[in-house]
Design a protein around this ligand. Structure first.
Ligand code: AMP
Ligand code: ZN
Ligand code: ZN
Length: 299
């Protein structure tokens, strides 16, 4: 591993094996932000005129994303959903306070318990047959879209990074799930008046890089993983991909990059998803009653 920054020759702060690149703190920060800004521009995620809402979890990824957008002059606000995750939630709430203070970005807080009379652990108990991450994901996706719509956001940006994207891609490929593969994208356009555009500006940076960035910029963030995520199949897939990446740096990036031309060639059928409105809440869904209303027991 080279010990000197490739750009200025100062002592290296980080080595990026997939790019065979050593950088000092300053040049790492510069490069990292450029990769994210290039992703936003190349994939036409949003412009400086748009109202961007960052879905903020308190983890290094969404905090780092918010920081980059604010630093580069985007019109950004944040939405944090308090899921009532027991003892873990206390630390998350503290971090959200620190992030709001440090960035000066307005953070909207929305409590699941306050609005629906139930917290996430209670929903996990009710739906033991589904993995907690799947229940939690459905609830978060629904609420983030609904609130973003009410707030008049042009786009919602989430902190999904390359490791998230690649593990989902491999998981779907292992099942040859063509419907999910077709749906996987770093930009989900507004296909219905009640759906807000979703974007993933961190799709080409790794979890490790986000960690280094949080360290370099000294960002407050929650370190502990969610206590309910244990045993998730995706975690095992992530470990597998980490091992592969170690033996063959760049595997993740290549797998992900080459997916999109492949998808365009073999998977796109040009048909927009057939959406109708949920019988209970009126939000767009492919079923008669949406997944959120079913979880909330309103069906
Ligand atoms: P996860 O589903 O936990 O892997 O998180 C993926 C992304 O969803 C994060 O990077 C955030 O952008 C967003 N997110 C996760 N949890 C929350 C939350 N409680 N409130 C708002 N956004 C969230
Ligand atoms: Zn340097
Ligand atoms: Zn519904």
């Amino acid at each position: 591993m080279p010990k000197r920054c490739k750009i200025c020759g100062e002592e290296a702060f980080v080595y990026l094996p997939q790019h065979n690149l050593a950088l000092c703190r300053e040049h790492f920060v510069q490069r990292h932000e450029r990769v994210v800004l290039d992703t936003i521009r190349k994939h036409r995620m949003f412009s400086k005129k748009d109202k961007v809402l960052v879905a903020l979890s308190g983890g290094k990824d969404s905090v780092g994303l918010l920081w980059i957008l604010k630093k580069h002059g985007f019109n950004v606000s944040a939405l944090f959903i308090d899921l009532g995750m027991g003892a873990h939630q206390k630390r998350v709430n503290e971090v959200i306070d620190q992030v709001a203070q440090r960035t000066g970005v307005p953070v909207v807080r929305y409590s699941l318990k306050e609005h629906y009379g139930v917290d996430m652990p209670e929903l996990f108990r009710r739906y033991r047959r589904r993995h907690p991450c799947s229940v939690c994901g459905t609830v978060k996706r629904y609420l983030i879209n609904k609130l973003a719509l009410e707030m008049g956001a042009d786009a919602v940006a989430t902190g999904h990074h390359l490791d998230d994207e690649v593990s989902v891609l491999l998981s779907n490929t292992l099942r040859w799930d063509d419907e999910y593969l077709r749906r996987q994208s770093l930009v989900l356009p507004k296909t219905h008046p009640k759906l807000v555009k979703k974007v993933k500006p961190l799709a080409f940076v790794t979890a490790a890089e986000m960690n280094t960035y949080a360290q370099a910029e000294n960002l407050p963030h929650v370190e502990a993983p969610c206590p309910f995520s244990k045993g998730a199949r995706l975690l095992a897939i992530k470990e597998l991909l980490d091992k592969l990446e170690e033996v063959s740096p760049g595997t993740k990036l290549q797998f992900y990059r080459k997916f999109y031309p492949f998808k365009e060639k073999y998977l796109e059928d040009g048909k927009p998803p057939q959406l109708r409105e949920c019988r209970v809440c009126g939000m767009p869904t492919t079923a008669e009653v949406c997944a959120f209303c079913r979880i909330m027991g309103k069906a």
